[in-house]
Design a binder for this molecule. Structure first.
Ligand SMILES: [Mg+2]
Length: 231
């Protein structure tokens, strides 16, 4: 086997986070009086995206995103809703809604007992813990590292240090980071000097400055890379 330790991102890699977010948004908006909330979904996405980019740059903590995205949303839309209540409802919805991508569990099943799996996620603890519980994922992973619990985010090497420590210091040569994000997963794995697998299901352009070991467009392709490689 070429790889013995797999480090997975969760959002948009194993989990359909778009569906989770759409449902959480609808749940949140059902609690406030805002006509045509769908008209403002793109605004939410823009605010949220900018804040998580700030997290990746180390300028913001995940716990701040939880509230501040709705503080800014309420401010921009010009409504009198309570951003704290909205943040609570949204986080509940993110945990409660959204399934694994088709085939993702089957891929994990094929790795179970054959390679060691870890999850490294920049999400919020309360969201990710609720999803892990609801989707019965804990049994797959020897380590689950959630940025808001450990105070450091991908792509920083310290979050990989924590995962490697929890895994008992596996060989970096046979470790692979799998994720959809160039800026957190691939940058993080590359800086940590482990192999990377970019799950580019969006068909996004690569970053020429970034070394990517493998690119896949379907998670099933990972099985071949990990289990069927010579060596
Ligand atoms: Mg992701």
């Amino acid at each position: 086997m070429r790889y013995e330790t797999l480090l997975f991102d969760l959002d948009h890699t194993l989990l359909d986070s778009d569906a989770s977010e759409i449902a959480a948004y609808a749940h949140t908006m059902s609690m406030i009086e805002l006509p045509d909330p769908d008209d403002h979904f793109q605004r939410y996405l823009r605010i949220n995206h900018a804040m998580w980019a700030a997290v990746e740059r180390g300028e913001m903590q995940p716990s701040e995103v939880r509230f501040r995205r709705f503080e800014q949303f309420v401010d921009e839309v010009g409504i009198s809703a309570d951003p704290v209540a909205m943040a609570d409802a949204f986080v509940w919805g993110l945990g409660a809604f959204g399934e694994l991508y088709d085939g993702a569990r089957q891929v994990l099943d094929q790795f179970a007992g054959r390679v060691r799996l870890a999850m490294i996620t920049n999400g919020l603890s309360e969201v990710q813990r609720a999803r892990i519980e609801r989707l019965d994922l804990a049994g797959y992973f020897d380590a689950v590292v959630i940025s808001s619990e450990v105070g450091v985010t991908k792509p920083r090497p310290q979050i990989f240090d924590i995962a490697f420590e929890q895994l008992g210091q596996p060989d970096r040569q046979t470790s692979l980071m799998i994720g959809d994000s160039l800026t957190s997963d691939i940058r993080g794995g590359s800086d940590y000097e482990i192999a990377t697998c970019w799950f580019n299901w969006r068909g996004a352009p690569a970053d020429p400055d970034l070394t990517i070991t493998h690119v896949i467009t379907d998670l099933e392709q990972l099985v071949e890379i990990v289990l069927l490689s010579a060596g």
